[in-house]
Design a protein around this ligand. Structure first.
Ligand code: DX5
Ligand code: ZN
Length: 204
């Protein structure tokens, strides 16, 4: 069903926290390409999730890449912590930090750079610094919670960004995060998405 070039990441936000070791091993066996951790501080979003300590404890259960999606205020203060706990990809929301400075810092530390754009943010807003970005996450829900409904206008954003990437031969991958399930995955892939992040459709 899924083309081999398309990657799948698993987002553990709504998974059973008492069962992470088994879940991570199962996710790896099922052929997923990475683990997505939603880091939430109760401020940027009204929810809490995944401290560096928890991520560090889980690092030993799988060699799959770890992506820290920083849905927090002042992420700049915590980037080193997430690198030290074993994250390979760090995702920032541009409105939370001096984005160009932080992306340059991540590059200098050999971390895959990733920027998440909220449903109301236009693709044109990140073009100024796209040369500093390895991966763009198009948020297909408002950040904060799992189990929300996929926002259909995200498909147009994927197509728009994919055209820019192809026309300019940019080494940038596109991820989609929020409300992904077997009913919408084909449409998402056809729009040009490279990495699908599955959350509650895997665990509930
Ligand atoms: C939302 C998170 C998503 C979420 C996805 O703030 O960024 O990663 O966990 O979960 P589902 O797939 O349930 O929308
Ligand atoms: Zn996320």
């Amino acid at each position: 069903m899924i083309n081999k070039n398309i990657k799948k990441f698993a987002s553990l936000l709504t998974a059973d926290a008492g069962n992470y070791e088994k879940l991570l091993k199962d996710i790896e066996k099922e052929g997923f390409n990475g683990i997505h951790f939603d880091v939430m501080d109760g401020h940027f979003v009204k929810n809490f999730a995944f401290s560096p300590q928890i991520i560090k404890s889980l690092r030993k259960y799988t060699p799959l890449p770890f992506q820290a999606h920083l849905e927090i205020e002042s992420p700049s203060d915590f980037i080193d912590l997430f690198i030290e706990c074993g994250c390979n990809i760090i995702t920032l929301h541009p409105q939370t930090c001096k984005i160009k400075r932080e992306l340059r810092y991540l590059r200098a530390r050999n971390i895959t750079t990733s920027v998440a754009i909220d449903p109301d943010i236009k693709i044109s807003e990140i073009l100024d610094y796209i040369s500093l970005i390895d991966n763009v996450i198009i948020m297909s829900v408002y950040p904060g919670f799992g189990k929300q409904k996929f926002l259909v206008h995200s498909l147009e954003k994927i197509k728009n960004l994919k055209n820019i990437i192809i026309n300019n031969q940019l080494p940038v991958t596109i991820s989609i995060d929020g409300g992904i399930n077997p009913n919408n995955e084909n449409q998402i892939i056809e729009s040009g998405c490279d990495i699908l992040i599955y959350g509650s459709s895997l665990f509930n």
